[in-house]
Structures are given as structure tokens and as C-alpha cells.
Design a protein around this ligand. Sequence first.
Ligand SMILES: Cc1ncc(C[n+]2csc(CCOP(=O)(O)OP(=O)(O)O)c2C)c(N)n1
Length: 333
Amino acid sequence: MLLTRGLEERLEILLKQGHLVGSVYRSLGQEATAVGSAFALGPGDWLAPSIRDMGALFVRGLDVRDMLRQYTARGTSLCAGKDNITHFTVPELGLLGPVSPLGTQLCVLNGVALAFKQRRQPNVCMTYQGEGASRTGASHEGFSLAAALDLPIVVWLEHNRWAFGTRSDRQSAVEDWLDAAAMYGVPAESVDGNDVTAVYAGARKAVDRARAGGGMTILVAETYRMHGHAQHDAQKYVPAEELEEWRDRDPIDRCEVALHETGASAEELAVIRREVAAELDLAVDDVLAEPGPEGEEARTRVYASADLDALVPWTRGPVPGYGDLAPHLRAEA
Ligand SMILES: Cc1ncc(C[n+]2csc(CCOP(=O)(O)OP(=O)(O)O)c2C)c(N)n1
């Protein structure tokens, strides 16, 4: 959780310094949901995060440098600089990248879960959806199919109260989001999403059930998005009292209190904080020194059968060596 929060804090700074392409979508206040849940998976299982589940990726073995390379679009990144944030798939780690049209990701992961089932492979899939995403048609199709086919899948409905600037009670008439989950006819449980051990316990039960052939479970994580949607969003629409109230339920603070209660000393916890900070500082320095992508990279690992040289360059300005390919565009410009 500290790694996620620390990295996101550094990413905000790097964005302001002009090192990032795109934005930063913080998981501030939600780190426990991503981290606690992913610990319940085992080797060969697959996980499909939302943009706010970076912590789950680290639990599944992703290197913090890989995430930095993504955000800074280094040539060394998993997408060779073509995309940013968590938009990548790593089959060796069982990671399926977020699919941008909300709600559709579950449908894609259903395919992985169906393959596990058809091959009688004892593996499980886990994914996450905001309550906003869960209101899309695609999401309903995904839930319905997974439930009907008893797929080995655990779906987190991250009830973090906001979808961009829209409150969750403006998205749905249900008061308890467990009711929304229960309509699919599979077990559904509400979990304190800001308590990492409660999240793990909920996930453990659901993963074990799916692995034993018991099908899908939906887990509603009660949590809160403590930051705006992305960096451009100052979340002025959020009542200050609401933020205060949830700040008192911060998942990292709560974890620290729980660790103290089980005997961890203040010094032990301070050592963890220092180690994480040192690891992140080193990783930032190293990754910023790595090169950006070569132009040729744009042609690799993309779906295109056309001769790229024959296509109009992605600019309206003059392009040396391309002749007068797009005079109409230049005239407009
Ligand atoms: C079908 C679709 N509509 C709109 C968007 C733009 N969009 C991206 S994230 C987002 C808010 C998502 O809210 P929620 O699902 O509750 O997740 P949260 O951001 O709260 O984690 C929106 C509207 C999109 N990506 N796909």
C-alpha cells in the first residue's frame, strides 16, 4: 500500500514537471482494496485491474520500474511508449490490461475464465469495476454471462462514491450496492474496502470458492475516492465533511494501528516507510535516465497490415520526405 501511495505521489510531481504523458489516476484511499484482494490469488490465476488498482499489479509481481516506464512512456516500457498508465497486458504474470470502454473488461476476462473452465484448469480470475462502470450495458452482460456459466471469477464492485463528478446515488436507485450485486443470482458480500485484512479475507473465501468449482462471487468494496478523477479534477463538487470523514478511515493509517496492536514497533514501521521511499527514489532516477522510444517502434506490435509509409503522417505540418501527401489538410491548417 505504501509503494502504491508513494509512487502515485511521485507521479503527481513528475506530471507537474512535464515528465509524463497523459494523467495520473490516483487510488488514494482505496489502496487496501487492490492490495488485499490480489494477495488471495495464486500462480496461474489472472487479474484485470481498473485504473485505480495499481497496488494489485505489484502484488502480482509487476516491477515498480515497469509502472514508471509506462507513465513516462519510455522506450523500455511494456508498450514501448505507445500507451501509458495500466494499459498493458502481461500474460506471464496473468495480467489483463484495463479496457477503456467501461464495463467491457469483465466480458473479456470472462473469456479467460471460460478457458480455465473448459480446460478443467484450477485457476481463477479477478477483476474490479467502479460503481459507475457497473451501470453500463456491457457490465450487465459480463455479470450475467459469468453467473450463468458458473465461471471461476471474483468481481470487485468498488463503491468509492463517485464516478468522475457523479455521485453513486445519481447512478442507481439502489441504496445498498449489495442489492445491485445480488441481482445476478450469485453470492455477494459487502466488505470494508479500507481494511486490508477484511479485503483479503473476503477475497480468500471467494477465490477458494471459485477454484473449487463454485462459480462467481461479487464483492462490494465500501471505500472512497479521496482524490479527483485525475489530475485535472480538483473535486470541488465533493463536500469537505465527507472527505474529512473518510480521511479518518485511511487504509494505511488503519493498517499501521492494527500492526501496532499485534506488536509491531514504531521503529519497525518507520523502517518500512524509509525502505519504500528509498526504493521509489532510486527507481524514479533510473527510469528517467532511460531513453524514449525510437520512431521505428511505432510500427511494432500494432495491428496494421497497410504500408505505413503510404499513410498520411499524423501531422498537418510539412513532413520532410513525404512530398505533397495531404495538401487539403495543409490548406486547412
Ligand atoms: C463507456 C464509457 N463511458 C465513459 C468513459 C469515461 N470514463 C472513464 S473513467 C470514468 C468514471 C468511472 O467511474 P467508476 O466506474 O465509478 O470508477 P472510479 O473512477 O470511481 O474508480 C468515466 C466516466 C469510459 N471510459 N467508458
